[in-house]
Design a protein around this ligand. Sequence first.
Ligand code: FDA
Length: 391
Amino acid sequence: MSGPYDAIVLGAGGAGLFCAGVAGQRGRRVLVIDHTAGPGAKILISGGGRCNFTNIHTAPDRYLSANPHFARSALSRYSAQDFIALVDAYGIAWHEKTLGQLFCDGSARQIVAMLMAECGKGGVDFAFGKSITDVTHADASFTVRHGGTLSSAPALVIATGGPSIPKLGASDFAYGLARQFGLKVVEPRPALVPLTLGGDDVLFRALSGVSAPVEVRCGKAKFREAALFTHKGLSGPAILQISSYWRHGQPIAIDLLPDQSPQWLVEAKRARPRSTLGAVLGGHLPSRLADALAERIGLSGELANLSDRALLDATRRLSDWPFTPNGTEGFAKAEVTVGGIATDGLSQQTMEAKRLPGLHVIGEAVDVTGWLGGYNFQWAWASGWVAGQAL
Ligand code: FDA
């Protein structure tokens, strides 16, 4: 038996490490258990090795959840500015890349080292490399069997994330444990994930490697960023963003020329009557894409010979190009998981289970999923911080 502990945190990712450090520094005796060999596997590879650790535009409407208001409390109590202040206190240099996304100038390893230093200040214990085989609750105490060891504490924090990228140690462990303790799980789906194309759209796979700034829409969601054609379908930031909102069978619409007016092809005909549609499109889009679109639209020859109506129709198609993905590249390629442990069983102030005092759930395991761009780490820090304050 190891201990005694005030709290056991399952999972040494961003949420678990941060929560453990906060609770430890408040005088709690904390044990963190993880089945991988070391801490922060996803942090280390995030942001291309530079960790996009937060976003200065963090706001609840940039998160998906069955309860869109749930994240509000934690996000406002522990803000992006709070995390930036911590990063600054450790002298970690950073820069804004685009759209409020903050990255380390150096390496994601600095963030993991910072989180481990925070845990060190709180005297946190670690148990790495052992599978958790059993978790029980009796007499107001949780007991965790990991390897041959039993550890107990009156508080347990589930911080084992979602099943995205299993080869990094990700698992659906959180969901089974949550169900064991009477919490519901909102169907988990791969999110921030490339989409695959079939049917007629397969022809677009020939454009693999071509990227363009577009506006992509699905239902009420829309994003204006780059889209990338791949040998399987579509990727790039705009597509990853919309994938979190996409459901099987739904079309997505792409405005391939979001900066052009509805009249622009008619105006192009007046200005350059001898040009072809492919050539005019090629002034705004990569030429391979321009040629493929012109061929698909089926308007050949000089613009002078095409009617205004045909050009207006072409503009309409280009601004609302429908793709119906036949799937996603799945959890193996998904940056996050949408869905997860249902928020209705949790307190939004403390992340504690309403029906089981002492049980907390934080980070990606919860049905709160951020946009691409540092929002998911900010949720890990914020949910970890509020739980750490309550332990
Ligand atoms: P996380 O998954 O980080 O940690 C869970 C921990 O639990 C892991 O250490 C795991 O080993 C452990 N665990 C799982 N199952 C277990 C079991 N059965 N027993 C014991 N331990 C178990 N976000 C962002 O904001 N900015 C970014 O730049 C990126 N970049 C990025 C790149 C890539 C490739 C991926 C896959 C993801 C991102 N993300 C991101 C998303 C971000 O990494 C993610 O949302 C957070 O890491 C979630 O933190 P958690 O601590 O909740 O889970």
